[in-house]
Ligand binder design. Structure first.
Ligand code: FAD
Length: 476
């Protein structure tokens, strides 16, 4: 690591950035965390409205990475709650249990539809699509066209805003929530092949006051160590480098004030599209243009406060129904009752996946609240008359999109980054990878080891296994 006495500069106070700072502090190394917003946690923050707390989506703490598990427990201790999980899929005016239960599916889909799904699966096995390039190809080949159309297509297209024919098969293979659904549906129809797949999704961990609590505690701990500080409302504007070493970073606060910080190393969790133009001298033309073509999906949460102590038992419900725009509905009281200021009420979080260019993004909050109320009533989860208040939170770049542009761009981007000795990109948007908190954190842990121990970890090998995180192959 160059210039040991200078701090490591970390861009982003989300899970990845704060984990990097935490690991550095443990090793006695100083760091500065730059955060463009005024809160920590990034996409895993907890928003607040009149004392009600809610996630940007719902953030379960689940991991197979032991180090991450230990860190979570170390940070929150008894505030790291173990919660029961219950969720359903809403489709064609029916609530299917999720994880799928065979009899429930049979009963709700009906014998005829279930039989057709079985035939369609058999057809896919006998006549598979030869090129398994798209999400659709992958799912149809593995589960048949009928199950794909019933349980996959509409929700996936809501999430990504793309036809399933344009989403890379890699995403389906690497990590999707629906993949679990299909494997369970497959189990429902074809048997569980000797209980090979063990579901781990009956319980999950959750901080008493939501995921933001985890990241606020990490910030407290790193600052208390005297080795780190988080600078809010500040962004990097220029990254000076020579001979494969980042030397200094010019930062700009929201009030326009600029400062140059000489650094020993740089760790970035900000989106690659925004990062690559900051380099001085400029990165190669092909790397800059590769980063510029990456796409992101944005996200909007409508939080509704409902004047009812109890609405339904689920933590969340997937809304596959194409007639409403909402993609998923969270019931925060069932995540942790302490998310609510008043126990005589409930608080729902309606998730809308969109692009900033969609009319939904700029629709006035009052209209969005009315839309949210109408949609929950249409689904039958709450009466409009009981909805007494609400708020809207918009979050940009929540999902790095795996499309053709991504496939072409990533090798070029990775090659450019490989030319640096004291600079790593980590996390979700930092690596343009569909990383959950655990993998975002793990990449940060490995980056720190590369910097301090010259460990030579390949950060790109994190989260590439072709299994679904919520399932575990039971060794027999
Ligand atoms: C709807 C939804 C549901 C999810 N559910 C789960 C779940 O159940 N469990 C789970 O573990 N994960 C979940 N995730 C994923 C989780 O949110 C991410 O894995 C995690 O937040 C990634 O951490 P990160 O630090 O890499 O990135 P981020 O959380 O994006 O943090 C990056 C930080 O960098 C800051 N930043 C960006 N640009 C700049 C800049 N130019 N200068 C300074 N700062 C900058 C941002 O403001 C942000 O604070 C979910 C995500 C979504 C969208």
């Amino acid at each position: 690591m160059a210039e040991q006495n200078n701090p490591v500069l970390i861009i982003g106070a989300g899970p990845a950035g704060l984990t990097a700072s935490y690991e550095l502090a443990k090793r006695g190394v100083s760091s500065i965390v730059l955060e463009k917003d005024s809160v920590v946690g990034g996409i895993a923050r907890t928003a607040q409205y009149k004392g009600y707390r809610f996630d940007i989506g719902g953030h379960r703490f689940f991991t197979k990475v032991e180090r991450v598990k230990q860190m979570w427990q170390e940070i929150l201790d008894e505030d790291f709650l173990k919660r029961p999980r219950l969720s359903h899929i809403y489709y064609k005016k029916k609530f299917f249990q999720y994880p799928i239960k065979p009899m429930d599916v049979l009963r709700k889909l009906g014998f005829w539809e279930s039989a057709l799904a079985g035939v369609s699966y058999s057809r896919a096995k006998i006549f598979p699509r030869r090129q398994e390039e798209s999400f659709e190809d992958y799912i149809v080949n593995h589960f048949g066209l009928r199950l794909y159309n019933t349980f996959f297509k509409s929700y996936t297209e809501k999430v990504w805003g793309l036809p399933c024919t344009q989403i890379k098969a890699e995403w389906a293979a690497q990590r999707i929530k629906g993949l679990s659904l299909t494997s369970l549906i497959k189990t429902a129809f074809l048997g569980n092949r000797g209980n090979e797949i063990k579901s781990l999704i009956e319980q999950f961990h959750y901080p008493r006051f939501g995921p933001g609590m985890m990241w606020e505690k990490v910030r407290e701990k790193i600052e208390a160590s005297g080795l780190a500080r988080v600078i809010f409302n500040t962004q990097p504007v220029k990254i000076n480098h020579e001979n494969g070493q980042v030397r200094s970073v010019v930062i700009r606060r929201n009030d326009g004030q600029e400062e140059e910080i000489v650094v020993s190393a740089l760790i970035s969790s900000m989106p690659l599209t925004e990062l690559f133009p900051l380099f001085n001298p400029a990165l190669s033309e092909c790397a800059r243009s590769a980063a510029s073509i990456l796409h992101y999906r944005d996200f909007l949460t409508i939080a509704l406060i409902v004047n009812r102590p109890h609405l339904f038992d689920d933590n969340w419900i997937y809304i596959h129904e194409p007639n409403v725009e909402v993609g998923r509905i969270q019931n925060y009281k069932n995540w942790s009752p302490e998310m609510l200021a008043d126990q005589s009420k409930s608080c729902l979080g309606l998730e809308y996946f969109c692009f900033k260019s969609d009319p939904l993004w700029t629709r006035p909050d009052a209209e969005l609240l009315a839309q949210g109320a109408a949609e929950v009533e249409a689904i039958g989860l709450a009466n409009k008359a009981d909805i007494e208040d609400g708020t809207v939170i918009r979050m940009e770049k929540t999902y790095p999109v795996y499309d053709d542009a991504y496939e072409a761009a990533m090798p070029v981007i990775r090659q450019e980054l490989a030319g640096f000795k004291n600079f790593y990109t980590v996390g979700r948007n930092g690596m343009h990878r569909y990383n959950n908190q655990d993998h975002a954190m793990y990449t940060a842990m490995l980056a720190v080891e590369n910097l301090l121990d010259n460990a030579g970890h390949d950060l790109w090998s994190v989260n590439v296994e072709r299994v679904y995180h919520e399932e575990q192959k039971v060794s027999r």
